[in-house]
Ligand binder design. Structure first.
Ligand SMILES: Nc1nc2c(c(=O)[nH]1)N[C@H]1C(S)=C(S)[C@@H](COP(=O)(O)O)O[C@H]1N2
Ligand SMILES: [Mo]
Length: 241
């Protein structure tokens, strides 16, 4: 496990950086890009923590950085991928990739913004509105939130029911007008357009309707649950959309 560096990887100094970030609050978050860059040169590209060699800028990634809190993630394809919807719903369901592709698709072009500072402007994302899957499942009136789990076995995220029902929250199948690659969380990731990119859980495998919000992976490590771009994690500027 190498999960303790904020949004980064690397066990050796992870603990210290993690504690520092919590203690510094907003300052710690602002310092994160520097720490991350430092860690990348420290790791020097491919390493045991990054068997893919994808540390840093992805080829053809146009500014994206690769993130995974686990050192490896199983690959899923159209045959093996499944998405379950369960919890406080009338009709729990399990979808294949084909099922999801057959549903109405929504395409949005927005800036992607990581909380550590990097940004990828005007990126097309495409997929099924989360609200569509929630409607299909029949959410109980007592439900207040949605929890997301991933087939990396480690990452999780949450949204309030109100956030989850927004039209700009997708279960995404495509990014930059291509099927989502494994590195970007394919075949299916969450996309929460108005929030920092850590809300957009990669390798999405479970959607569970819950009573209240359960903090996700980074939120248990000090990042804001309501991660509005420009209005969270120590920033109070206007949303940049
Ligand atoms: N399963 C999973 N989802 C994840 C992460 C992760 O480590 N594991 N990292 C998050 C963070 S911090 C960011 S910035 C984006 C990175 O997405 P990318 O690798 O496609 O650039 O994924 C988010 N979703
Ligand atoms: Mo991030």
């Amino acid at each position: 496990m190498n999960s303790e560096l904020p949004e980064g990887r690397g066990a050796p100094v992870g603990r210290r950086v993690f504690l520092g970030t919590l203690g510094l609050g907003a300052l710690g978050v602002l310092a994160a890009p520097k720490l991350q860059n430092g860690m990348e040169s420290f790791l020097g590209g491919a390493s045991d923590l990054d068997p893919s060699g994808l540390t840093g800028l992805l080829p053809n990634g146009g500014g994206f950085r690769y993130y995974s809190v686990t050192s490896s993630v199983p690959r899923k394809n159209a045959e093996t991928y499944r998405l379950s919807v369960d919890g406080l719903v009338d009709r729990p369901a399990t979808y294949t990739l084909g099922d999801l592709k057959a549903m109405p698709q929504t395409r949005m072009v927005r800036d992607i913004q990581c909380v550590t500072g990097w940004r990828v402007p005007e990126t097309p994302l495409e997929g099924v509105r989360l609200s569509h899957l929630l409607d299909a499942a029949g959410v109980h009136p007592s439900a207040g939130a949605v929890r997301f789990t991933c087939f990396d076995g480690e990452y999780s995220e949450s949204l309030t029911m109100e956030q989850a029902r927004r039209a700009d929250v997708l279960v995404a199948l495509r990014m930059q007008d291509k099927d989502l690659s494994h590195a970007h969380g394919g075949p299916v990731r969450l996309y929460v357009a108005p929030m920092y990119f850590y809300k957009s859980a990669k390798w999405l495998s479970g959607i569970t309707v819950t009573e209240g919000v359960q903090p996700g992976y980074w939120e248990e490590r000090g990042y804001d649950i309501d991660a509005w771009v420009g209005r969270s994690n120590g920033r109070d500027d206007e949303p940049t959309t």
